[in-house]
Design a protein around this ligand. Structure first.
Ligand SMILES: Cc1cc2nc3c(=O)[nH]c(=O)nc-3n(C[C@H](O)[C@H](O)[C@H](O)COP(=O)(O)O)c2cc1C
Length: 241
């Protein structure tokens, strides 16, 4: 069986005789950070776990957790999970680099959180402002049922205390890599998701990645158009049952 995926894989191969030769148009380089200027901003505490688990122990303990306790996490923990998955980690020559690598340092992935149960934070949908390390509130209210339904009825999305949803702004990466960008965009998201999975373990929390979702139902919850920007995958987080 062959289809669009096979065609994509073949047509986006690099070959010495067939390398793209376009020049980068710096004036049309897409912005690196998405902002919601009208949204209410929620500062995130800077937080370092006081007991650090070794990388070896973290790797040995990570597994997909799908059953959660009804136990809220703190804003400190959420802050650490956001930073560990994709926060700014260093500045070199004036350029902000993050905890996860990104092809060409173009950072096409945006992070949203659907908050079900985080102490001192209203339930709702938020965008993570990476530059300011703060949340921007997009919607207020309970989304447990909607997000579970959008994930093909996977109840863990409603039971988790927080659902991370990653989208891509495709043009950020296509600007440089053309159609090959799609390979890198999915890889970028995978790196971020694994950072989150390991960070969750280090806080004695559990997580499970979610690829089975109705794309446009999740896009509607996040308020994104599904064309220039579309969801790629999600991860649910909570205290293991
Ligand atoms: C890209 C991706 C998508 C996934 N989607 C789902 C999902 O929709 N639902 C689910 O229950 N698990 C999902 N998983 C979790 C896998 O089923 C799980 O990682 C796999 O069974 C290996 O088990 P482990 O994570 O416990 O090592 C996904 C994992 C990845 C990496």
């Amino acid at each position: 069986m062959s289809g669009i995926g096979d065609k994509f894989q073949q047509e986006t191969k690099y070959e010495p005789s067939r390398m793209p030769r376009h020049r980068l148009v710096w004036d049309s380089k897409p912005a690196l950070y998405k902002e919601y200027p009208e949204a209410q901003k929620i500062k995130l505490p800077s937080f370092e776990p006081n007991q650090t688990m070794s990388l070896d122990q973290t790797l040995r303990q990570r597994k997909s957790i799908r059953d959660f306790q009804e136990k809220a996490i703190s804003k400190d923990q959420l802050s650490y999970l956001l930073w560990a998955s994709t926060g700014i980690q260093r500045i070199e020559d004036g350029y902000e680099y993050r905890t996860a690598p990104s092809a060409g340092a173009l950072y096409p992935i945006e992070t949203y959180v659907i908050v079900n149960d985080v102490r001192n934070l209203d339930a709702g949908v938020y965008h993570y402002s990476i530059k300011a390390h703060q949340l921007e509130q997009l919607k207020q209210g309970g989304f447990r049922q909607e997000i579970a339904a959008a994930a093909l009825g996977q109840g863990m999305c409603g039971a988790a205390v927080v659902v991370f949803a990653w989208s891509a702004i495709f043009e950020r990466c296509k600007w440089k890599y053309g159609q090959r960008a799609y390979r890198y965009i999915y890889l970028d998201a995978g790196h971020i998701a694994e950072n989150l999975a390991l960070a969750a373990v280090s806080l004695n929390l559990g997580s499970c990645e979610v690829g089975a979702l109705y794309d446009d139902r999740v896009n509607a919850i996040l308020g994104i158009d599904g064309t220039d920007e579309s969801v790629l995958c999600m991860t649910v987080v909570g205290a293991p049952a």
